[in-house]
Ligand binder design. Structure first.
Ligand SMILES: Cc1cc2nc3c(=O)[nH]c(=O)nc-3n(C[C@H](O)[C@H](O)[C@H](O)COP(=O)(O)OP(=O)(O)OC[C@H]3O[C@@H](n4cnc5c(N)ncnc54)[C@H](O)[C@@H]3O)c2cc1C
Ligand code: FES
Length: 279
């Protein structure tokens, strides 16, 4: 019988240090049983519970795209018990993955529209998944113009440089990569994400924006979209509330009547405006 609490065993295939301060590492995980890989069908925006025996289980957004094959990518910020243990693990070690969990970005609604992606810091994880998915030859025609605005404090804190430096060479995605202030050797944009968004001025006509970042970035980015004439239904965000079960049973994550783990983590701004400000 299917047990929703049972993780799939996975082996760490590759560990990559993402940032100069080593606070963020990416883990490529491979399923140990082909049938588990087959069963784990996900869509960008979803998350999974990563488990490390003896340490615990944590929700982490899926950073890979299903168009990249069966292996899964997660990028983990070292903040506490489980994330610190994960940071000490090496390729070859075994851990667990439970999921995929939660809802995903609204690709049905996004079809035929221009897509604006705004990301700050390490909240870019599921947006990496989304961009890789949309740029895949099977999917690219389903979406209009893609604009990607991504910022971090310093050049050394930007994730996924291999990916976005390739995207910058393409003519079917408009990339704006920025850092908070001037740095020796940095030739890209300088300025906070909301300021760059205002300069890029994405048009709301037939468009959807996906915005993920730290609360301060969200707080200053929302008024930019308001000023540019975007409606709350056109803006999509992802929440990172504390979670336990991840499947709508324990009641750890709810905001008003919504279970962030099950009804979310992806919500439109119109939905968030109706919810108590507990997120
Ligand atoms: C849907 C979802 C997706 C997420 N995606 C990612 C991701 O892609 N990469 C990533 O690095 N992290 C992500 N997180 C956050 C991640 O789950 C927490 O950082 C992790 O659970 C901390 O585990 P720990 O055992 O190391 O920390 P703990 O030892 O439990 O706590 C260490 C510190 O982190 C704080 N903390 C714990 N959980 C959270 C949380 N959910 N939000 C804010 N602070 C918290 C604690 O209060 C404490 O100060 C996501 C969370 C959710 C809900
Ligand atoms: S984490 Fe248990 S109900 Fe959402």
């Amino acid at each position: 019988m299917f047990n929703p609490y049972l993780p799939y065993p996975v082996r760490i295939k590759e560990v990559r240090v993402e940032t100069e301060d080593k606070s963020l590492k990416s883990f490529w995980l491979e399923f140990m049983k082909p049938e588990d890989a087959e069963a784990f069908k996900y869509t960008p925006g979803q998350f999974a519970e990563l488990s490390v025996s003896g340490y615990g289980e944590i929700p982490i957004g899926i950073a890979s795209s299903p168009t990249e094959g069966k292996d899964l990518l997660f990028t983990v910020n070292k903040v506490g018990c489980v994330t610190s243990k994960l940071h000490n693990m090496q390729a070859g070690e075994v851990m667990g993955v439970r999921g995929p969990l939660g809802n995903h970005y609204p690709f049905d609604r996004m079809e035929g529209k221009d897509i604006v992606i705004v990301a700050g810091g390490f909240a870019v994880t599921t947006l990496r998944s989304t961009v890789v998915y949309m740029l895949h030859p099977d999917n690219r025609d389903r979406f209009g113009k893609i604009t990607f605005i991504y910022g971090a404090r310093t050049p050394g804190m930007l994730l996924y440089e291999n990916e976005w430096s390739e995207w910058q060479k393409r003519d079917d995605i408009d990339c704006h990569i920025t850092v908070d202030q001037e740095f020796p050797g940095w030739e890209g944009l300088v300025g906070f994400v909301p300021t760059v968004t205002e300069q890029v001025a994405p048009k709301p006509d037939n468009a959807i924006a996906l915005i993920c970042g730290p609360p301060i970035m969200i707080r200053f980015t929302q008024p930019v979209f308001d000023k540019l004439g975007w409606q709350p239904e056109q803006i999509v965000m992802s929440l990172e509330n504390r979670m336990k079960c991840g499947i709508g049973i324990c009641g750890r994550c709810n905001v008003g009547p919504e279970y962030v783990c099950k009804d979310g983590p992806v919500f439109t701004k119109a939905q968030l405006d109706q919810m108590p400000k507990e997120y």
